[in-house]
Design a protein around this ligand. Structure first.
Ligand code: PEP
Length: 250
């Protein structure tokens, strides 16, 4: 069974609600006839309601950039899976390298968040990837294995069914440096192998693995034509409707 590609936008901490509305007004018509791939936009939490309203009636889904693993509680500033779901989100990004780097996200919190997202019925996009020092020290495989093993810990194949993984080499995020299609494919194969160990080969064969790291309209086709690459997680180039539409339609 061919895997339907997922093209995901990560807006990070950009755009106020009015700008989110403007984006959707321009973007939705550009992809109105695009049925080949799934599309999701993950704006900052403050923009979710504007984005969901503006995306209504289109095929563009809306997701969160983060969540807390508890259902509710005294966790100032946090948002739970059920809150994202109630708002109308279908997806959520988990373990983005910026959260690991700046906000103390660990392999263990990624695991807790993944369980919470799956439990709630959200489609989690779990980010893994090595930093430059790890790649240069030949540690990429070890890092990806550890991140997958710990993210997938104590989760059943049945529960994990909707899970998507994003391979995002940290040295390629926001730097303009892109992994070559071959390098990305190798990492994706390794991640698929880890998913096979954790959940079985049929699960791994069906699981989507996105590539993220300076995806642009100019390099999207070369990356997306790789059999191992099942879509993209796009940061900077997803902020502009024309540029993100060009990536979607690569
Ligand atoms: C990201 O934020 O996940 C990302 C891949 O960013 P960029 O496309 O800007 O490298």
């Amino acid at each position: 069974m061919p895997r339907t590609k997922l093209i995901a936008a990560n807006w990070k901490m950009y755009k106020i609600p009015d700008q989110a509305r403007d984006f959707f007004q321009a973007f939705v018509p550009l992809v109105a006839d695009h049925t080949r791939d799934e599309i999701v936009v993950c704006p900052p939490a403050i923009d979710l309601s504007a984005a969901l309203e503006a995306a209504k009636g289109s095929k563009v889904a809306v997701g969160g950039q983060n969540l807390h693993w508890e259902k509710e509680g005294a966790y100032t500033g946090e948002i739970s899976a059920s809150m994202l779901l109630a708002a109308g989100c279908t997806h959520v990004i988990i373990g983005h390298s910026e959260r690991r780097q700046y906000f103390g996200e660990t392999d263990d919190t990624v695991n807790l968040k993944l369980k919470a997202a799956l439990e709630a019925g959200l489609i989690p996009i779990v980010c893994v990837g090595e930093v430059l020092e790890e790649r240069e020290a030949n540690l990429t495989e070890d890092v990806l294995r550890r991140q997958c093993l710990r993210a997938f810990h104590a989760i059943s194949a049945k529960k994990a069914a909707k899970m998507v993984v994003a391979y995002e080499p940290v040295w390629a995020i926001g730097t303009g440096k892109t992994a070559t299609p071959q390098l990305a494919s190798e990492a994706h194969s390794l991640i698929r192998g880890e998913a096979a160990k954790a959940f079985g080969q049929p699960f791994a064969d069906a699981m989507r693995i996105l590539y993220g790291g300076s995806v642009k309209p100019e390099n999207a086709k070369a990356l997306m034509s790789q059999e191992e690459i099942d879509g993209a997680l796009v940061g900077g180039a997803s902020l502009d409707p024309k540029s993100f539409a060009a990536i979607v339609k690569y």
